[in-house]
Design a protein around this ligand. Structure first.
Ligand code: PLP
Length: 437
């Protein structure tokens, strides 16, 4: 595969931007090699500057559940452009967006739009602290909640593969009130509450952890968090930046039937534009300025073009539940196919997944938390990643990223990917095959 242009651009970019990128994982640091510079995307495909095409299993890290640039979303955005890019004033679109989200997810009684998932989490945590008049928060090892200071503790994917468990530049004071618990381990949460019964404002969790690969909540885990929070008067925050409007139209809240007090959104709700949101119980959201004492603002928040893109995609999802059946069917095919290959070659691998989210871990251990995820052979992943990339399959460049399947993918795409994966396993684990009984 010719990647002359990507190489040229990467070398220019490295002199101009840290690592040549605007978000670390894009730099391919954990897998090595040259990141592909993308020229355009359509449906399930990405096209790089050298004209190579790839089946895209990232989908802009989540937003593109319908594939890239569905015509009806582009048409809506084009229509919106004629009215201007930003006013810094209230619009009907923001009312439409809030109404749509509260219809799709009824426990979101009030919502505030922001510009990224990071902002959504930072603001939701502030609201929880303001509402409870408590300072401490509980998060889980391996869950990523954006790059706000207080959240950069054992924070999953980008941080995990870069080998920096924390970040420099974050004063100790900023994380002093951030307690970490073990995903899927209610006892670890209970112990923190026993130590600080009156001090914990909230527990924040990815209801499906999708930043240490894909780790499913064990039966009763989310329910247990709900009970512990209720017992101690703490709030439960679901970070649904990935799972929201992805697991199903009402996200993890509907899928697992557990109501958090607050929820954070990002990725899908912007349809590819930079959007985030936090919302939930009305009594908590009424704490937010200008009604209450929790200050939070944003010059470009609720941007009309971003709202139009987001509303258009969300409304489609609301009206087309078959999208969820389809992405699950495709992902089941992918997961089943990978499991077959792993079994055939007796390879030390584990396949996790739910709905449109999947992960092939290069470890034979079941992956249920951060510690087990980290037993993965990341060098083996890198070699798999590059083999797949060179054959036109674009996965997240890290063992700890989810594989995202969109509604635009076809069974043919999945089968091509499986065939390439089969070839990789034959090359790499071929000698194991004889050992399978
Ligand atoms: C991506 C992500 C964030 C951060 O969102 P940004 O838009 O990148 O700031 C927060 N939480 C979760 C679960 C995420 O996956």
């Amino acid at each position: 595969m010719e990647i002359k242009q990507s190489k040229r651009l990467f070398s220019l970019a490295k002199d101009l931007m840290p690592g040549g990128v605007n978000s670390p994982v894009r730099a391919f640091q954990s897998v090595g090699g040259t990141p592909r510079f993308i020229h355009h995307a359509k449906a399930q495909y990405l096209y790089d500057e050298d004209g190579n095409s790839y089946i895209d299993y990232i989908g802009s890290w989540g937003p593109m559940i319908l594939g890239h640039n569905p015509d009806f979303v582009l048409d809506a955005v084009r229509d919106q452009l004629q009215y201007g890019l930003s006013y810094g004033a209230a619009t009907a679109l923001e009312v439409d967006m809030a109404k749509l989200i509260s219809e799709m997810v009824p426990c979101v009684e009030m919502i505030r739009m922001v510009n990224s998932g990071t902002e959504a989490v930072m603001s939701a945590v502030r609201a929880a602290r303001g509402f409870t008049s408590r300072d401490k928060i509980v998060k889980f090892e391996g869950c990523y909640h954006g790059h706000a200071d207080a959240m950069l503790v054992k924070a999953g994917s980008g941080v995990m593969t870069a080998g920096i468990p924390d970040s420099s530049g974050v004063p100790q004071g900023c994380t002093a009130d951030t307690l970490s618990a073990v995903y899927n381990d209610l006892d670890s949460v209970q112990r923190l509450f026993e130590e600080y019964p009156q001090d914990i404002a909230c527990v924040i969790v990815e209801p499906v952890a999708a930043n240490m690969g894909v780790v499913l909540p064990k039966e009763g885990f989310l329910q247990g968090l709900r009970q512990i929070c209720d017992k101690y008067g703490a709030l439960l925050i679901f970070d649904e930046v990935i799972t929201g409007f992805r697991l199903q139209s009402d996200g993890a809240i509907g899928y697992f039937g557990i109501k958090p007090d607050l929820v954070t959104y990002g990725k899908i709700i912007g349809g590819g534009m930079p959007v985030g949101a936090y919302g939930g119980r009305g009594d908590i959201m009424r704490m937010v300025a200008p009604l209450g004492s929790v200050y939070q603002a944003g010059t470009l928040s609720g941007n009309p073009v971003a709202m139009r893109a987001g509303i258009t995609q969300l409304r489609y999802l609301k009206e087309h539940p078959e999208v969820y059946t389809q992405v699950e069917l495709l992902s089941d095919r992918l997961r089943d196919g990978l499991k077959e290959i792993v079994h055939k070659y007796n390879a030390p691998c584990t396949v996790n997944g739910i709905g449109s989210l999947s992960c092939l871990y290069f470890t034979s251990e079941p992956v249920t938390d951060y510690t087990s995820a980290k037993t993965s052979d990341v060098e083996r992943f890198s070699s798999y990643f590059h083999y797949m990339l060179d054959n036109g399959n674009y996965f997240g460049p890290s063992q700890f990223e989810a594989v995202f399947v969109s509604n635009a993918h076809t069974l043919k795409d999945i089968d091509k990917t499986l065939s390439d994966a089969g070839d990789y396993f034959a090359l790499t684990f071929g000698q194991n095959k004889a050992n399978v009984i």
